[in-house]
Design a protein. Structure first.
Length: 249
């Protein structure tokens, strides 16, 4: 079968808002169980691509998503002042299921929030709220998890813990992960595959095969961000060196 082994297949996808082209001729495939990070400057069309894959906006071209999807939108999309507890927030997708509490407790334990069910969402820290949103996304046992800048508003330690959690879930649940992120350093450290997007797809491949110099050439002003996170280049070079040593053994 043509689609065998691929969780997502996109061919010549384009999106216009009026006369403005937001995405042009995007083509890529995502293998099952990959952990893909999408990076790019503001206005590059990253969130638009996610919405097209989810069928939330019209597009031209082809987008095939093979399997059930769990979606974590930008955390700012939900009003945390709304008086709702964690149980009610997480169980929304299965509100009519009589065994919802058992299932919600199970996913809360998976994201490290055992016993948080009765806490108000508005009382959670950024990192805790982030994991609650992830718990809701995995409640329906998805094949694919799609996240749109889930680390925004979370401190560096919280980001690292969250990425580690995603990696753990990928292995335990066997899911494919597609995530938009502004944290380039963390994307290159944790993701197996990186997509560099700026209205068109400039790079798409294994994280270790995409060089910092290539990212700088593509994104221009992004160079400022990369230089301010110089550990990315050091860690990237060290990983390449270790990989080359392994090949020689």
């Amino acid at each position: 079968m043509e689609n065998s082994g691929f969780a997502i297949i996109v061919d010549n996808l384009s999106v216009k808002f009026g006369e403005v082209a937001v995405l042009e001729g995007i083509t890529f495939k995502v293998k099952e169980k990959e952990f893909v990070g999408i990076i790019g400057p503001n206005g590059a069309g990253k969130s638009t691509l996610i919405k097209a894959l989810l069928g939330m906006i019209p597009y031209e071209g082809k987008a095939i998503v093979n399997g059930k999807v769990g979606y974590v939108p930008q955390l700012s999309s939900f009003n945390r002042e709304f008086p709702i507890n964690v149980y009610d927030f997480v169980r929304l997708p299965i509100a009519k299921d009589k065994s919802w509490k058992e299932k919600v407790d199970e996913v809360l334990e998976k994201v490290g929030l055992n016993g948080f069910g009765k806490r108000l969402v508005g009382e959670l820290s950024g990192g805790e709220y982030q994991r609650v949103a992830l718990a809701r996304a995995i409640l329906g046992s998805p094949d694919i998890i799609i996240l749109d800048e889930p680390e925004s508003g979370v401190d560096e330690m919280g980001k690292a813990k969250f990425y580690n959690l995603l990696y753990e879930l990928k292995d335990k649940l066997g899911v494919t992960i597609l995530m938009v992120s502004h944290d380039i350093g963390m994307v290159f450290e944790k993701c197996t595959t990186v997509m560099c997007l700026n209205k068109t797809l400039h790079c798409h491949g294994p994280a270790d095969d995409i060089r910092p110099e290539d990212v700088k050439k593509i994104f221009g002003e992004f160079d400022i961000w990369i230089r301010s996170h110089s550990h990315y280049e050091v860690e990237h070079s060290q990983r390449i060196h270790r990989r080359d040593e392994d090949v020689r053994k």
